[in-house]
Design a protein around this ligand. Sequence first.
Ligand SMILES: CC(C)(COP(=O)(O)OP(=O)(O)OC[C@H]1O[C@@H](n2cnc3c(N)ncnc32)[C@H](O)[C@@H]1OP(=O)(O)O)[C@@H](O)C(=O)NCCC(=O)NCCS
Length: 248
Amino acid sequence: MKLIIIGAGGNSKVIIDIIKARQKILKEDIEILGLIDDDTGKKELREYSVLGKISDICKYINNEETFFINGIGDNKTRKKIISEIETLFSMSLRGAERRGNLTPEIRSLSPDMQDTRFETRDRIPYYTAIHPSAIIGSNVTIGEGTVVMPNAVINIGSQIGRHCIINTGAIVEHDNRIGDYAHLASGVVTAGNVTIDNLTFLGTGSKVIQGLEIGENTIIGAGAVVVKDIPENCTAVGVPAKVIKSRD
Ligand SMILES: CC(C)(COP(=O)(O)OP(=O)(O)OC[C@H]1O[C@@H](n2cnc3c(N)ncnc32)[C@H](O)[C@@H]1OP(=O)(O)O)[C@@H](O)C(=O)NCCC(=O)NCCS
């Protein structure tokens, strides 16, 4: 299997380490081809080259062996990039160029790329990166594109969404539901039956007691202890956690 990492920043550095650990410890047959990033100033990350811009993903999708993972740490940006590449892909799949309905990205591709690259793929294949030291309980589901970092624990019956980050040493207790594009920073603990909605970020070391729900697109500050449900679109900090502001 071959892998291309989207975004050449700090989070992708950790993903590279996860891949190396999987190669070494699990003997996984996976080769990192390189990264793609819209910052043309970025030429490489560790020993891997930046192969081009994110819209260049089109050049690789038709290769049966190549998978992708989004290494961008910010939740909203990670979601935006996924939705952009999926739009690009589906427009190309439908032959949108023949109807003159082109995105600038597709228009910038050479005609041969526009015509042939998507014939053998009907969706973008995402890689899910789980560090070998992570403990994953029974009946746990982990959505595609999610990253589970070293020493994280996800206990029985929990469901983790797509393109999430379960960071170093985070503990997700039993029967949690973690929405898409959520990020649980290092050392977070969520007790049993917690729901974290899409795009929500739990700052490092924060804790959530059992049975609570934290709404979509909310930020919980580092070190907070959440003892009541927290609504969507806000920032909450402190012990016990209190909402200090709303956010877009
Ligand atoms: C919560 C957080 C996002 C707020 O950032 P912000 O929106 O820029 O807010 P500000 O820094 O302006 O802080 C607003 C107020 O909240 C307080 N505050 C900020 N973060 C706090 C925290 N974690 N705990 C307690 N109080 C906090 C500030 O002291 C400030 O109080 P004041 O108005 O009395 O001066 C940020 O401080 C934080 O905790 N981020 C988590 C970082 C993290 O875990 N990173 C891991 C990356 S993997």
